[in-house]
Design a protein around this ligand. Sequence first.
Ligand code: NAD
Ligand code: UGA
Length: 454
Amino acid sequence: MNKNIVCVGAGYIGGPTMAVIAKMNPDRKVIVVDINESRIAAWNSEDYSLPIYEPGLVDVVKEVRGKNLFFSTDIEGAVKECDIIFVGVNTPTKTFGRGAGYASDLQYWEATARSIKGYANGDKIVVEKSTLPVRTAAAMEAILNDSAEHRFAVLSNPEFLAEGTAINDLVSPDRVLIGGPQDEFGLAAIQEVVDIYASWVPREKILTTNVWSAELTKLAANAFLAQRVSSINAIAGLCEATGADVEEVARVMGADHRIGPKFLKAGPGFGGSCFKKDVLNLVYLCESFGLHTAAKYWEGVIKMNEHQQERIVSRLIKEMFNTLANKKVAVFGFAFKADTGDTRETPSGAVVRQLDEEHAKIAITDPKALPNAAKDLADLLGEESRIVLEPDPYKAAEGADAVLLMTDWKLYPSLDWQRIYDSMRKPALVFDTRNCLDREALKNIGFKVLNVGK
Ligand code: NAD
Ligand code: UGA
């Protein structure tokens, strides 16, 4: 009989992943549990106002919720009912004590491990879905298997989906990775998890390794992707200084199949909850194993990313006659990328704070991320604030001296830019940090145009 599945953590990872697993495994019961009651209530809401925005997610949830997918706060009941326990709780960067600013904060993880142990009524397979430092499974094992009452196999099944394309990434993954102990008990557990994915993923795309390789591969994959973004942004600065065009450089470099075209888009730098956190985690791991030069190498990826946002603000100030005080800047996009409402580590956040320090008046617009922007910028908002949040991009641009495009929402190139120009103070500037607008058309309207890497 196919085993039931519980996922602890109903966030960006737990929700979409389990919805797709439930859809593809109609004969298994899948329960997603969380300590956050309002989040669970949103997953269960009658009108499907789910707690996260992800294209295609509502349709999958509509198909399976109440059939074989359930959202609940009853962690104990779910652990008792299920034999396979995925753990997708948050693992943010530590903000206190040893390793602050670098290491993962594993308190939510350990709390979950202890509640699984407390509630378990038989042998269980525990699957790390969160991104974790290498050798976390050893700590997990130590907590779970410290008495002989029940036996726990601890596996690592890191998730590679990207926000905005999560459903497609889950339905057609490049690969699924399952790491586990290479003994009889561990290999049998790996096979159980392979079976879940094999109901829709071609078997040759399901890769199995030892548990440490799986944990490290996830960190390494994110570090490589982040490194590509920082590398192209480092080239972008050189393009601006020399008259080269970063899009041309990237297109030709990407045609070399050894380099490939993906993750070569220059922009405001990477955001999102994971790249920075995971690279910092890698830096911390390297330092802890005495690999100081490797740690410095990876730290450079983060430094370059932060520098990119500072560079954008410096260029804007320079183009606006060296002062932003009391000038209005319309910031188009607050999400860290298009097709998500997520604003964690968004480059827009860093840039808005720098603009505020320059005493600019700021109107932020975004089709999905304004509720999160309001939370992130709570300390800067209020009666005396120079910042407003405005859902309508035309209103945000009214009377502005500059539009600073930060997120590559598809909506933005299709706006009526003549109308925007007519409503702005002159000279009107557009700084397109995503290189997604028609630069020549904007110039013909009368805009002064800035791009990254041009
Ligand atoms: P999230 O903050 O959206 O969700 C985590 C959830 O875990 C929260 O709802 C929280 O309430 C819950 N939680 C915390 N402690 C709990 C406990 N003891 N019991 C029950 N629930 C608990 O985070 P996320 O973006 O889903 O990321 C989760 C993990 O997945 C992280 O390690 C992250 O690195 C990894 N990951 C995320 C993505 C992504 O696209 N967001 C992609 C790949 C991997
Ligand atoms: C990333 C990885 O792509 C996923 O494989 C991984 O599972 C996930 O992190 C995770 O571990 O959380 P995500 O952060 O959702 O996914 O989004 P990406 O598409 O990777 O974009 C990350 C950031 O890099 C965004 O701010 C994006 O705008 C930026 N980016 C990306 C660029 O600036 N240029 C590019 O060419 C690509």
